[in-house]
Design a protein around this ligand. Sequence first.
Ligand code: SF4
Length: 158
Amino acid sequence: MRAVRLWSVRHSRFLETAYDAFSSLLGILSPLLRLVPRRAMEYPVAAIERAAKGLVFDCHMCGQCVLSRTGMACPMNCPKNLRNGPCGGVRANGNCEVEPNMPCVWVQAWSGSQRMRDNDAIMNVQKPVDQSLRETSSWLRVTAQAAADRGVSMEKSA
Ligand code: SF4
């Protein structure tokens, strides 16, 4: 819902803190999570992620979440699906050229990012969406990557 996602951008710092705490918790739980086959976790975790992030960010479940790098504004809500923005069509009032009543998602992303601790992350060029990851859990992907960075594999044979 647009009003909620605009709230998320205004409270990006709070959500950044909440997200960091959540990631740390998943990291702590990762030795336990390793006991469950990844395939068995995918469906329930993706369902919870879809419901929670759908409400707060109008998440489209692209599978490669960049919220922490785009000021808690999901770029999938950009009518042009720009992964790096804004486009050249932002209106003088900061609204979108395609949807004149909607604040430009990327203008929102920049404003949200400036409230965050990591306010430079938005400067990093984002990779295009890998469509094969759609509807999969970014939470599990981030947890697996964090575990891998610590030299721990999250994969377990079924
Ligand atoms: S104005 Fe903003 S939201 Fe609209 S298409 Fe351009 S970048 Fe996307």
